[in-house]
Design a protein around this ligand. Sequence first.
Ligand SMILES: Cc1ncccc1N[C@@H](C)c1ccc2c(c1)OCCCO2
Length: 116
Amino acid sequence: NEKKEKSKPLINKEFAAARTILDEMELHEDSWPFLLPVDTKQFPTYKKVIKKPMDLSTIRSKLEGGSYKTKDDFSVDVRLIFDNCETFNEDESPVGRAGHNMRAYFDSQWADLNSS
Ligand SMILES: Cc1ncccc1N[C@@H](C)c1ccc2c(c1)OCCCO2
């Protein structure tokens, strides 16, 4: 039976699938608010309100650096981006709408990956 591997990065197939979804999200036209960490000089209240900031470049570094043990650990960080967005931004704002669009896009890609 398969040896349970501990604290190893996610297996190649899962890694490749997560990387592909990340590639596609970075290319999405609505990804612009999420590409880099929110600049707390530009938004001074952000780090007080948002306890766990997350963005696509941080996820990229964590994925390539072997920080994610499973593809689900990866998805937790992705969803954190969109939850933070809903906390800080009005739904009817450019960033709020972009967050909803990107979450829908991710959920659909994620569902495909988990149905294949
Ligand atoms: C995801 C998120 N949540 C809360 C605040 C900001 C952000 N994203 C940053 C990248 C951003 C979004 C909109 C912006 C902006 C910067 O530049 C200042 C001018 C207005 O437009």
